[in-house]
Design a protein around this ligand. Structure first.
Ligand code: SAH
Ligand code: SF4
Length: 333
């Protein structure tokens, strides 16, 4: 698909025609121009010849039936992964990738192991949402939430990330409320501040993953550049500007950051902040990194005693490598 070319082709068309076509793509999720029976045949033929509506993707379903992973092949042959999580009560969350690979090399993350290939264009993020929208349409359902938690660091692809948010939120396009859109960042502080100034109501999630700089540096090389205090002050700024509650993600790694003193130190540092901690026990093959249940429980207990709100992330789709930090370039398409 080439949405930019589409815009050019439609430049001379009247507004109502553009609306009709947008509707067909973003609301009715048509995959074939021939289905747009309400537009003149001549225009339909032009569109049919010039713009390919198909998306080259393949779906994998997990045994729990609640998560699907799509591999999508881009025009230059790179494959990216996107995950759909189907919750109860018709809530469907799509987890999109914002970059092919990631340059930040967190030690616990498979995407980080791949290194960085390139930023995704806005259109390449949008087609991930279209792909699963089309799938869900055939099941009489739709995407209700979008999280930028797939491959890559969204705030290092800021402009394309933001353009995508606008398309998602646009009433004439996906019409997904800002409060249903979340972005997770490893903590690019100047971009967190920039995002705070955009006057949006989207949810911010920050991968804190440690209770101090020493531990953070060991597992997230980016922590060399952005200090813990600076990160917290950017989070505070986001809260001040948006009045939104921020999610602090914390991947629990056995013996590294899952100890009682880590829970104490974290609690002290974030006390009074409009936030909650989202605990994510390490996903992946490396048994040595998996926290023990008793340590997870102890960690939670300390947060509770310190009156820090927290949730524990449910592990979806481990069997299809769709859980957090498992997304890679798969050749299997
Ligand atoms: N780059 C962004 C967004 C993608 S990662 C970021 O780092 O925030 C989304 C979340 O998955 C992050 O909170 C990250 O810390 C977590 N994650 C990465 N690898 C993981 C793993 N192996 N197990 C559990 N969580 C992981
Ligand atoms: Fe990149 Fe996020 Fe993975 Fe770190 S956790 S390597 S920032 S995708």
């Amino acid at each position: 698909m080439n949405l930019q070319k589409l815009e050019e082709l439609l430049k001379k068309e009247p507004g109502f025609r553009i609306k009709q076509i947008e509707r067909a793509i973003y609301k009715d999720f048509y995959e074939n121009w021939k289905d747009l029976t309400n537009i003149p045949i001549k225009l339909r033929d032009i569109l049919n010849n010039e713009i390919d509506l198909s998306i080259n993707g393949r779906i994998f379903q997990s045994d729990d039936l609640h998560s699907l992973k799509a591999l999508i092949k881009l025009d230059d042959g790179i494959t990216i992964e996107t995950v759909l999580l189907m919750h109860r009560e018709g809530r469907n969350t799509i987890c999109v990738s914002s970059q092919a690979g990631c340059a930040l090399g967190c030690t616990f993350c498979k995407t980080g192991d791949l290194g960085f290939k390139r930023n995704l264009k806005a259109e390449e993020i949008i087609i991930q949402v279209l792909f699963f929208s089309r799938y869900l349409k055939s099941h009489n359902s739709k995407i209700t939430n979008v999280v930028f938690m797939g491959m890559g660091e969204p705030l290092l692809n800021y402009d394309n990330f933001l353009s995508t948010v606008k398309v998602l939120n646009d009433e004439d396009k996906f019409n997904i409320g800002q409060r249903k859109i979340s972005v997770s960042t490893s903590g690019i502080t100047e971009k967190i501040r920039m995002l705070a100034d955009e006057n949006l109501q989207i949810n911010l999630a920050v991968s804190v993953n440690a209770s101090n700089d020493e531990i953070r540096k060991k597992i997230m090389p980016i922590a060399d550049k952005y200090k813990f205090n600076e990160l917290l002050s950017a989070v505070k700024y986001y809260i001040e500007k948006t009045n939104r509650r921020v999610m602090l993600e914390y991947v629990l790694l056995k013996g590294i950051n899952d100890l009682p003193e880590n829970a104490e130190e974290l609690s002290k540092k974030i006390k009074g902040l409009l936030c909650f901690v989202n605990l994510i026990p390490f996903n992946g093959e490396d048994q040595d990194k998996r926290p023990l249940t008793k340590n997870i429980n102890e960690f939670k207990k300390i947060l509770l005693i310190n009156r820090i709100s927290f949730t524990q992330r449910h592990k979806f789709g481990a069997d299809i490598a769709a859980a957090c930090g498992q997304l890679v370039f798969s050749k299997d398409i």
